[in-house]
Design a binder for this molecule. Structure first.
Ligand SMILES: [Mg+2]
Length: 301
């Protein structure tokens, strides 16, 4: 539903000249006399994004900040402030609210982000939390999804898959990686991996009007993906492509400048996993040749 809804919402929205970039990328871009503002918002719902009884409220607060900062990182923005809104279940609203806030405060402290305000509500439904994060854009321009060109290298940070085993609650938004890479001027397009490598790569190709060819044996697979594959009935590679919530960066890097890309930044590896191509769609390259690749969780060949 989400893609269709976003396309409709984009058409329906009023456009104003100050909004340089509206609905459809990881963040919006708002013109300012100084640095442009970069704004994003995300919600987490009990039962969908976390199980409160298993992870506890502090982890929810930490994750909420992390997912938003990951979107800012994907545009190479520097975070400034967040705004928090809580819909708390009536039976233990105060205690849960305080613990979530503790998690939000700790994460904000870690990344030097201010809490600018928010809102609290109590209701009869499950826990739902929202956050809006605001950052500043680099003067040289933000990374967008739409900048990939045929020939650009597909690069991912970190290792992928198996986030359900814990990493989806405890990850590092790749702000530092972005802030080190951006000044090199080698990145043409970017997003973060929230829905899964396949889906998020497809998003870049659609925005950039090109395709992507992935070398399956180059995809960096996390230990958690290997672990999940032991019991899930899926391969570790399928987990790496389809699981999502990795919150790693997915980049298009200029092939003529690929030598300038560090192998890793602060211990986070950067891996070339393929090439953007002029033929639209997702393609996988393996020993069996080049085949069409499914965006979500199922790999041919
Ligand atoms: Mg995103």
């Amino acid at each position: 539903m989400e893609h269709g809804f976003i396309a409709w919402a984009k058409q329906r929205a009023m456009r104003l000249p100050k909004i340089k970039l509206g609905i459809g990328d990881d963040c919006a871009l708002i013109e300012s006399d100084g640095s442009d503002w970069v704004v994003t918002t995300d919600s987490l719902c009990e039962g969908t994004h976390f199980i409160l009884a298993e992870c506890g409220p502090q982890a929810v607060g930490k994750k909420l900040v992390g997912v938003n900062l990951s979107d800012l990182a994907s545009m190479a923005a520097r975070p400034v402030a967040v705004f928090l809104s809580l819909c708390l279940p009536r039976n233990s609203a105060e205690q849960i609210g305080a613990e979530i806030y503790e998690g939000v405060c700790k994460a904000c402290q870690e990344y030097h982000v201010a809490i600018g305000g928010g809102d609290t509500n109590v209701w009869d439904g499950p826990l739902v939390v929202h956050l809006t994060a605001i950052g500043t854009a680099p003067k040289e321009g933000t990374w967008l999804r739409s900048g990939a060109r045929p020939g650009d290298k597909i690069v991912v940070s970190g290792k992928l898959g198996g986030s359900l085993l814990g990493r989806h609650l405890d990850f590092e938004p790749r702000l530092r990686v972005a802030q080190r890479l951006h000044p090199l001027g080698i990145v043409q397009a970017a997003t973060d991996i929230s829905d899964g490598l396949g889906v998020d790569l497809l998003n870049i190709t659609v925005a950039s009007r090109c395709g992507a060819e992935v070398d399956l044996d180059k995809i960096p697979i996390s230990d958690a993906a290997i672990h999940r594959a032991m019991t899930s009935g899926q391969t570790a590679l399928e987990h790496a492509i389809g699981d999502g919530e990795d919150f790693e960066l997915l980049l298009a890097v200029d092939p003529s400048k690929i030598d300038q890309m560090p192998e890793s930044i602060d211990g986070v590896p950067l891996t070339v996993i393929g090439t953007f191509v002029s033929r639209t769609g997702l393609w996988s390259r393996s020993k069996g040749g080049v085949m069409q690749m499914q965006a979500r969780g199922y790999v041919h060949g």
